[in-house]
Each structure stands twice: as C-alpha cells, then as structure tokens.
Design a binder for this molecule. Structure first.
Ligand SMILES: Cc1cc2nc3c(=O)[nH]c(=O)nc-3n(C[C@H](O)[C@H](O)[C@H](O)COP(=O)(O)O)c2cc1C
Length: 332
C-alpha cells in the first residue's frame, strides 16, 4: 500500500494547511516546518506554535500523525530539544539535512551538513539516544551538497546513526528546486540500506507519481509543491493505486479550500497582510495545476484587502464551471 507524506514547507505548509490537506484525504503522515535549533532548549510554547497538533495527541484533526522536524548542528542540543518535543506528545522526530537556505548553511546546519556524513551520523545518533526507543527518528536528506558523489555515504550515515526512516529529496543542495529530480538515485539508495525510505521531488500529478514509483521502486513518497498546486493529488494517487480513477477536484472546490484557509487564519488572529500573502502564494502554485489559476492569480495579485480577496474567490465560486475568471478575462 502506497504511503504518502505531506512535505514540510517552511512559510507554506503550516498547521492550517496540514489540517485542510489531511481532511481532503490521501496523506498518511505530515511533518512540521523545521524548528531551527541553534543555542536554546525551546520552551513548550515554541513547539506548540509550530505544531499545535501536539495538543491533539500529535495528530491533525483528521487523525494524521505529525512529526516534529528539527534542524541544527549541535548533536546534544538537538537531542535535548527532541526530548521536549516527545514529552509534549510528538509521535516522532524528523531531522532536516536538506535546507538550502544561505543563512542556515552559513551556520553549518541543513544541507551544509551533507558535506560530511559523519555529522549526520553524530546528530542522528544523539537524537536516537535521547528519545525513548519506541519513538521513531527519521532524517530528510538531499543527494549531496554540490555533487552526488557521497549519496550512498549520506544514506548509510543516517542508517548507522539509528534512524528508522530516511526521506530523500532527489537533488543536491546546489540543484535547489530545479527540475528534474533524479529519481534513479532513489533506487540505488533503497538497495543500499535496510531502513524504510521515502522518495521526494517533482511529483506534480499522478503520471509523475507513477514514473517516480517505477523508477525508484519506493512505496512511500513525500509530496510538497504538487500537493499545494493540487490539494486532491494524494487522493487521486491513492485511487490510482486502488485501481480506480478519481476526477480532478473542481475549481469551486479549490476556491472553497482557500476560503476555509482564510477562515482558519482569521480565527487565530493572522493579520490581513499575512492572510492575503498566503492566499496569493497558494494560488501561485495552484495555477500550475488548474487552468483557471493563472487568470485568477493575475487578478488577485494586486488585491491587498482580505475582504476584497475573499469576495473575489466567492464570486468565482458562484460562476458556472465553464465561465470562471479565465473566460471572463478572455472576453474582455
Ligand atoms: C517554500 C519551501 C519550504 C520548504 N521548507 C522545508 C522545511 O521546512 N523542511 C524540509 O525538510 N524541507 C523543506 N522544503 C523542501 C520540501 O519538503 C521538499 O523536499 C521539496 O519541495 C521537494 O519536493 P516537491 O518537489 O514535492 O515540492 C521546503 C520547500 C519549499 C519549496
């Protein structure tokens, strides 16, 4: 049975998005945005801010477990913070070794640690030692920093450190997010390690999923931008695996999810600017998957007031399916 994980995405996938996408269905696991561990032992409220699901047994409202992701370079401090997260109810700890951000990498965290697999081993084993044995520890890596020469050493270091699971974003740090993702490397890693493995990178639709599955031989996949572009993608992949075809969700369903996102943001006091920014950011990805998205994004990108933005989404929802924004703009 295919296992699908909603990717951690800092500044994009917060608890509200996890709530909406896990309620849509198809995902078996979520991971929080990274919590940057540099010199402090964080108090509970920091973990609750990143992962309010801790107050719900470590699960989204739909019952999907949420791993807490930590990113840092100091093995002991990473272990100590992992203990706090577990005491607060985290069902597992994920360690980020893939972040390409310049600021983070200057401070020897995220993807820069890939340059020396020994670092990975030290951090994973410190976290593994610190948290109780029944709590899974996993790590998320890329294929390397500037080249892929050490991709197997990286995977083996994570396994030797005692992680139960490895997620591989099939690109180097230097490749950033530029297509393609090198799914063929996933197969080689899978054969070299005996812990569970999740493949990640460039799954935008069911056809990509099928190709990635066939090339990598994985049975677990993490989906990031593709799941934001098409919130029902995980459902359609699961249906495909079950031998059926699920039609793509309607444009009205997409807009309704964006309005629900506005409601969730408003309910916990997000500023109007923040709300409008997040809706535009989401729509920028949606246009990759829904033809109506391009015209809608063009219209909303200039709107500042959240009420106006909501009204625009509501207006589009009420139009007949064959007369959405794109048609109106084309007619102007
Ligand atoms: C805006 C953004 C933020 C991200 N933040 C994180 C993060 O906090 N932790 C992490 O491990 N990966 C992070 N990633 C990487 C994604 O989890 C994922 O590995 C990457 O987007 C490739 O998958 P995709 O092609 O399905 O999007 C981020 C990616 C993006 C685009």
């Amino acid at each position: 049975m295919t296992h699908l994980v909603l990717a951690p995405m800092e500044g994009l996938v917060d608890w509200r998005v996890r709530q909406l996408l896990s309620a849509t269905g198809g995902f078996d696991l979520c991971v929080t945005e990274f919590i940057r561990v540099s010199q402090n032992l964080f108090p509970a409220h920091v973990f609750h801010r990143y992962c309010p699901e801790l107050l719900n047994g470590g699960k989204t409202l739909s019952g999907v477990p949420v791993l807490v992701q930590l990113m840092g370079h100091d093995p002991e401090l990473m272990g100590e913070n992992a203990v706090v997260a577990v005491e607060l109810g985290a069902p597992g700890i994920d360690i980020n070794f893939g972040c390409p951000s310049k600021t983070v990498n200057k401070r020897e965290a995220g993807a820069s640690l890939l340059k020396c697999p020994e670092n990975l081993y030290e951090i994973v084993s410190a976290v593994r030692r610190a948290v109780p044995g029944h709590i899974p520890v996993s790590a998320k890596v890329r294929l390397g920093y500037s080249d892929k020469e050490m991709f197997l050493d990286i995977a083996r270091a994570v396994e030797a450190g005692g992680a139960q699971h490895l997620t591989v974003h099939a690109r180097t740090k230097m490749e950033g997010y530029k297509p393609p993702a090198h799914w063929e490397y996933l197969a080689r890693i899978r054969e070299a390690i005996s812990i569970g493995m999740t493949g990640n990178g460039e799954i935008w639709d069911v056809a990509d999923y099928q190709k990635c599955r066939d090339i990598s031989g994985c049975d677990s996949f993490m989906i990031g931008r593709g799941a934001i572009a098409a919130p029902d993608l995980a459902n359609r992949i699961k249906a495909f695996e079950g031998g059926s075809h699920l039609p793509k969700e309607s444009w009205a369903d997409v807009l309704s999810m964006l309005l629900a996102y506005c409601d969730l943001m408003a309910s916990d006091g997000a500023s109007e600017n923040h709300q409008a920014g997040r809706i535009k950011q989401w729509m920028a990805l949606i246009r990759k998957s829904h033809t109506q998205g391009e015209a809608c994004f063009d219209e909303i990108k200039r709107i500042r007031a959240i009420d106006e933005l909501r009204a625009k989404l509501r207006h589009d929802m009420a139009l007949p399916e064959n007369q959405r924004t794109s048609d109106l703009i084309a007619a102007e």
